[in-house]
Design a protein around this ligand. Structure first.
Ligand code: SF4
Length: 505
């Protein structure tokens, strides 16, 4: 007699009801501590209890490896392990039932060719393995702002929440750009980190007190038009104003690209590589999360443009998406302006696509798609960075493709300094020594730029110091040094103070 087949049944979360909101804490993670602090403010603003998971540690890699499949990519292993370790501690301290009742975990989801679409499956496997199958997980689709409330009950993934999270991300990017442009040059060690923490706490309050005006479109309009967030960033600017910097220190500028989680992360998950690069005497250009959101916003235009050939009505939709994109970029620029335009501008999505197109087709989705190639070339051709460090997760499908494409890019642009670093989580020495080889070359480039700028302008260190004495504002962290055709800050600073014309790019 044939036995009945046991079919696969997908994980179904235990319900999280509205009544449980006051007693349930939403766990989340995956960004930097600054972004997460502001996102926490958004949750509190909407009367949710929320808490970011502790920052990733090496122990999370081990916990993840124990419980999920061996072929998983390293961000999946780290993030799963992080949840596992948090829950293990909770169970040990408060018991299983209380842990199940007290927490839900919210994570972003997607579909597509990479494992990002299957993160939840890894979480389920791990929860099952640790005897917490009933633990509640929620998926936030990253391309929808309004995901019908009745699906989630206790957690409403609606416009107030989604817009709050997006705006918190943009403000988190602003803080991160200020941080990485200030810390390498700070005169008093530790001051940037102190001001940064103070600023993040202040913005946390700002998000926690965000007024909710209107429901859907009204709320969207308020977010785009209100000066509420730009005013708050002006307060942050005043805090950074007090930091004195010395930009005559010659440091190569290193652009970080790579897989979304790895490039954003600051901790053991990527060998703390941004911090390490700073310790090695570099200035890091961190990757804003806003570029990814810009990509999500822009890609529908390419799809619609194909349809527009046969259906003219689609053109209206394209115009609407373009309008939304303009508002989005305009908001980002307004935030930059509130901080003296020190944070970097977003790259144009069409330009990234065009730069990448001879090497990587824009319709190859998954991971960061063509953007890895586009961003490396963008930084190179505009002389925004002396070197690009691409963080590639071990066992990542999309990143493997873009690294293959980069071999071709380097054949055409041999002068591009590119360090693809494979991150496994437990092979730090290999990764960092590889990075150091290219970094040595980047340091030489920054030094040559500085020598050239001095020679072109006839400047000397004494002359620069005299100018600084007469114009003390140039020594503030919030003083914007314009791009004068060089990648490194010191060379641009010399050119700027000398009043020289920008070098031809
Ligand atoms: S992009 Fe790569 S590392 Fe990131 S989730 Fe997808 S497969 Fe994993």
């Amino acid at each position: 007699m044939a036995t009945a087949a046991t079919h696969y049944t997908a994980y179904k979360a235990r319900p999280f009801t509205r009544e449980q909101r006051d007693t349930t804490t939403i766990l989340f993670g995956g960004l930097t501590w600054k972004h997460e602090r502001l996102v926490q403010g958004v949750f509190n603003n909407l009367n949710y209890k929320a808490k970011p998971l502790p920052n990733i540690t090496r122990a999370d890699l081990d916990a993840g490896k124990e419980l999920i499949d061996v072929g998983a990519c390293c961000p999946t292993i780290f993030t799963t392990g992080s949840l596992v370790n948090f829950l293990k501690t909770e169970v040990a301290e408060n018991g299983k039932q209380k842990t199940l009742d007290d927490y839900v975990f919210l994570t972003a989801g997607a579909c597509g060719p990479c494992r990002f679409g299957q993160y939840h499956a890894s979480y389920e496997m791990a929860l099952d393995g640790m005897g917490l199958k009933d633990f509640r997980l929620f998926l936030l689709a990253q391309d929808e702002l309004d995901q019908s409330p009745e699906k989630s009950g206790g957690l409403e993934i609606n416009m107030p929440l989604s817009l709050g999270i997006v705006w918190a991300i943009l403000c988190g990017d602003m803080l991160t750009d200020m941080e990485y442009q200030t810390r390498p040059y700070e005169v008093t060690p530790g001051e940037t980190d102190r001001v940064l923490r103070e600023s993040a706490d202040y913005l946390f309050e700002v998000f926690q007190k965000r007024p909710i005006h209107g429901k859907k479109w009204g709320l969207l309009a308020w977010h785009f038009l209100s000066s509420y967030f730009a005013d708050a960033l002006r307060v942050v600017r005043k805090k950074f104003d007090a930091i004195e910097v010395d930009r005559l220190q010659v440091k190569p500028k290193i652009k970080i690209t790579g897989e979304f989680w790895l490039q954003t992360h600051e901790g053991d998950g990527n060998y703390n590589i941004k911090h390490w690069l700073e310790q090695e005497g570099s200035e890091v250009m961190p990757p804003p999360v806003a570029v990814w959101l810009g990509y999500l916003l822009h890609t529908p235009i390419w799809r619609l443009q194909k349809k527009a050939v046969v259906d003219r009505k689609v053109r209206t939709k394209i115009a609407m998406v373009r309008g939304m994109e303009k508002l989005y970029v305009g908001t980002y620029n307004r935030f930059r302006k509130a901080l003296g335009n020190v944070p970097y501008a977003l790259p144009d999505q069409e330009e990234l696509k065009n730069l990448a197109s001879p090497f990587f087709h824009y319709e190859l989705r998954g991971g960061e798609g063509h953007m890895l190639v586009g961003k490396a070339l963008h930084a190179h051709v505009h002389k925004h960075a002396n070197m690009t460090c691409e963080l590639s997760p071990y066992s990542c499908m999309p990143n493997t493709m873009s690294q293959g494409a980069m071999a071709n890019v380097q054949g055409r642009y041999p002068e591009l300094l590119y360090a693809p670093i494979e991150i496994k989580g437990d092979a730090e020495v290999h990764a960092l020594s590889r990075c150091q080889m290219i970094l040595t070359e980047a340091k030489k480039r920054a030094q040559s730029e500085y020598v050239e700028a001095m020679a072109r302008t006839g400047m000397t260190t004494e002359k620069i110091r005299q100018i600084e004495e007469k114009r003390p504002e140039v020594k503030k962290a919030t003083y914007r040094v314009p791009h004068m055709g060089y990648a490194s800050t010191a060379a641009n600073y010399v050119m700027h103070l000398a009043g020289a014309k920008a070098a031809a790019v």
